[in-house]
Design a protein around this ligand. Structure first.
Ligand code: AMP
Ligand code: ZN
Length: 114
């Protein structure tokens, strides 16, 4: 998608602090981290949000979660863990309309459902 920030990051048109990349996934540090560890795992395929997921994309989302926990461990969160977040569409607070998983860790987070 030509006007999508994450597609531009994937294409190398916008710089990012990459922490992982393969044929179908990229991960980079969030530009506005809310915790000592805060990165995003993003599919290279443009999918608007989890609400637009097709069944054929389910292995991709599984890999995104698997890579997220691997990277989280590399970033020092193996023992204490952290939070995996998927915001979807307006009511979910999604601001970038390209599917992504946040990982937030490196401190003990409070819990607020809404
Ligand atoms: P969401 O609210 O789930 O759509 O989250 C989008 C996230 O993308 C926010 O946490 C932003 O700080 C982050 N973000 C926006 N632009 C960039 C960028 N150029 N590089 C890295 N992270 C970004
Ligand atoms: Zn995109």
């Amino acid at each position: 998608m030509s006007d999508c920030i994450f597609c531009k990051i994937i294409a190398g048109e916008i710089p990012s602090k990459k922490c992982y990349e393969d044929d179908e996934i990229i991960a980079f540090h969030d530009i506005h981290p809310v915790a000592p560890v805060h990165f995003l795992v993003v599919p290279k395929k443009h999918i608007n949000s989890l609400m637009e997921l097709e069944e054929a994309d389910t292995p991709l989302v599984g890999r995104m979660l698997f890579k997220a926990q691997e990277i989280a461990k590399e970033q020092g969160c193996a023992e204490k863990g952290g939070r995996f977040i998927l915001n979807a569409k307006k009511d979910g607070g999604q601001t970038i309309d390209h599917l992504h998983v946040h990982f937030i860790g490196g401190k003990t987070l409070g819990f607020k459902m809404c």
